[in-house]
Design a protein around this ligand. Sequence first.
Ligand code: SAH
Length: 278
Amino acid sequence: MNTQTTSLYGGTGGGVIVIFLQILASLSSSCRWGCQANSMLTAQADRVMAMDEWHQRWEEDKIGFHQPHVHKMLESNIEKVLAGRTGVRFFFPLCGKAVDMKWLADMGHSVVGVEISEKAIRQFFEESKLTYSVEPVSNIQGAKIYKSFDRNISLYQCDLYNFSSSIEGQFGAIWDRGSLVAINPKDREKYATLITSLMAKDCRYLLDTLLYNPELYKGPPFFVPDEQVHSLFGNSCDIERLEPVDALTDRTRSWGLDSFFEHVHIITLKNSSNAVVL
Ligand code: SAH
C-alpha cells in the first residue's frame, strides 16, 4: 500500500492532480453511454429493418459494412479466442461475405455461417477463390447450404432464426461482428437465447458492439451499450470487455455522428471449462 502511495503521489502536487483528472476521465468515459443507456435504447427500440431491405442492399451493392481485410478486433484478440486450441469450430451469425471466414479456415479452423443473401454467399466464395457446392437443407424449409470443397467452410442461406443447434451442433467460438448490432432491436432477447444455445461448454464468444448517440442516427448498425450486453448474456455468461476503440471515421461522421466507439467483449458460459487465463 505504501509503495503504491509513494508511486501514486510521485512527490509532486501536479502528479496528484494528473491522477485525479485521469480517474475522472475514465469514470466519465465509462459513464458516457452507460449512465443514460436505458433511455437512449428507446430511440431505436421500434426500428425494423425488413429482410427485403437487406436483399436490396446487396442487390444495389450498398454494403458499406463489408471490410476487404480481416477485422482488426478479431486479429488482435485471436489468441484470447483460441485459448491455445487448434481446429476450433467457429460460428458466424449474419456472416455477409466477411473475409475473416477464409482467414480462420486457412489457419485450420472450421467455419459455419448464416446469411440471408445468396448474393453475399456466392460473392464470398468467388472473391475467396474457393469452389463450392450448393444443396438444399432438409430440415430448414427453403434453406440452402453452400460448402467449400477446399476449406472447411459451410454457409447456410436462411433466416438466422431458423437455424439451431440441431442443424450443426454447438461451437467452440463465435465471431459476432455486424450481427447483434444489425438485428432488429426488438429481437435481441430471442437472438441472445439462440446464440447461447449454440455455445459449447468451452465456447469463447467474441462480440463487437457499437456505441454512439442513437438520437442522431437510426441504424443499422444499432447502438448496443454494455448494460444491454450484460442484461442479455449476464445471467448465463461471464463477460469481459476487452477494449474500447474510438472508431469515428468519415463514414460514421457522414451519418451525423461526432462520437462512435467500438467495444469488444469476450463471453463465456458460466461454470464452463473456460477459466483459461492467458
Ligand atoms: N457480419 C458481416 C455482415 C454484417 S451486415 C460483416 O461483418 O461484414 C448484416 C448481414 O446480415 C447482411 O449481410 C444481411 O444480409 C444479413 N442478415 C440480416 N438479417 C438476417 C437474418 N435474419 N438472417 C440471416 N442473415 C441476415
